[in-house]
Design a protein around this ligand. Structure first.
Ligand code: EPS
Length: 392
């Protein structure tokens, strides 16, 4: 993936999360206040657990930005875990004489079993701390940086909740009210459906269970031709699936019409190219967007649409039967506290990953060590887009 990349570090109940974003050009407007918007959006959503009452996530910029503009140097971010206060003994960095209480009751669906086997651990906490979806706070901090690069090009990345459990929203339609979606407790565009989703989460909580769902990320304004058809790892479709599929608990990723397209005839799937007399100020237009804005591994100028299925949270209030890591005896799985539903938050995390892929693809295509250079190259490229033999 291009020249833009990021790494995160941090345990769920450690001191905090560190993020390094490398490859941003200089001259991109960026402030902590800007990053805070998405950090706050990720913390919301109906069905969250007790931890979000403790955390007030803020991404502090430690390097790479001066007086509101990026420097072109690595951008280091820091997100403090307020919960650290309650964990500094259990999670102490320095050695301690007194033994720590081990977690040994394996949770089905989490990294507990495979992680303890692979890393030769006898305490599940050695694994769960890093496997925790707390790490997604770091991804959203990173996503804000990627978004800051996309803004000057008019590329906007939004998301909404499509399903929670068996409750499904009606189609979104052409003109989404993103502010209203963010104001919805489940980030659903349809108020009546949102009520039923809330009820489904309540029912899940009462049953001591958890509930999953599907979110959809929609990115508008990406120019035609990001990514490439020429090599497997340069295909934007693959990069989007990897990026979104790497989010905790994601079990499926679709682009555009996704799995539903497999059952339809080709004549109903492919997005008709409209002739020039139907232009709308844009050089190319399509009659539909089943492709989700990607053809041949490249953006085609339509909205990029990525949908993902997130399984129900693995930490169940009413735990499943399991086995003790130490003794091999049957036990109930471990439970401290958990979210009941994280689908609304997962959409925000999905936005961050899609923003990262698009920002990297923009820099791969247009380069630039300063935003002005990237912009010049972008504008020059746009001049070349359109029917080949027509004067522009
Ligand atoms: C998570 C377990 C919970 C969630 C956490 C992800 O943490 P805790 O055990 O501290 O209650 O709250 O998510 C976050 C901390 C967050 O900020 O999203 C897990 O096991 O994945």
């Amino acid at each position: 993936m291009g020249e833009l990349r990021f790494l995160t570090a941090g345990e769920s109940h450690g001191k905090g999360l560190t993020i390094i974003v490398e490859g941003m050009p200089a001259g991109v407007p960026l402030t902590e206040e800007y990053l805070e918007v998405d950090m706050r959006r990720r913390q919301g959503g109906y069905g969250r657990g007790g931890r979000q009452q403790i955390e007030r996530d803020r991404a502090e910029v430690m390097s790479g930005v001066r007086r509101g503009l990026t420097l072109g140097s690595p951008i280091a971010l820091w997100v403090q875990n307020r919960d650290w206060e309650n964990w500094h003994e259990v999670m102490a960095v320095e050695p301690r004489d007194e033994p720590v209480k081990r977690v040994t009751r394996l949770r089905p669906g989490h990294a507990d079993l495979a992680g303890t086997q692979k890393y030769l651990q006898d305490d599940v906490r050695q694994i769960l701390e890093r496997a925790s979806a707390r790490e997604t706070a770091a991804r959203v901090a990173m996503g804000g940086v990627a978004r800051a690069l996309l803004d000057p090009f008019g590329i906007a990345v939004h998301s909404h909740t499509v399903t929670i459990g068996a409750v499904e929203a009606p189609p979104l339609g052409e003109r989404a009210d993103w502010a209203a979606i963010d104001a919805s407790p489940v980030r659903c565009h349809d108020a009546a459906t949102a009520e039923r989703m809330v009820a489904a989460i309540d029912a899940s909580r009462e049953a001591g269970d958890t509930i999953g769902g599907i979110f959809e990320v929609i990115a508008t304004g990406a120019p035609i031709g990001l990514g490439s058809h020429v090599q497997w790892d340069r295909r934007l479709s693959g990069q989007l699936c990897q990026a979104v599929g790497s989010i905790h608990a994601i079990k499926g990723v679709e682009i555009g019409g996704g799995f539903a397209l497999a059952g339809m005839p080709g004549s109903m799937v492919h997005d008709v190219i409209l002739p020039p007399d139907r232009w709308d100020g844009r050089p190319w237009r399509r009659a539909s967007n089943n492709a989700g804005g990607i053809e041949g591994g490249m953006t085609n100028g339509e909205a990029v649409v990525v949908r993902a299925a997130i399984k129900p949270i693995a930490t169940l209030p009413k735990p499943l039967p399991s086995v003790d890591l130490a003794t091999g005896e049957p036990v109930q799985a471990h439970y401290e506290r958990s979210d009941i539903c994280v689908v609304p938050a997962a959409g925000v995390i999905g936005e961050s990953m899609v923003a990262m892929v698009l920002a990297a693809a923009m820099l791969e295509k247009f380069g630039g060590d300063h935003l002005d250079e990237t912009m010049r190259n972008y504008r020059a490229y746009l001049e070349t887009i359109g029917p080949r033999d027509v004067e522009r």
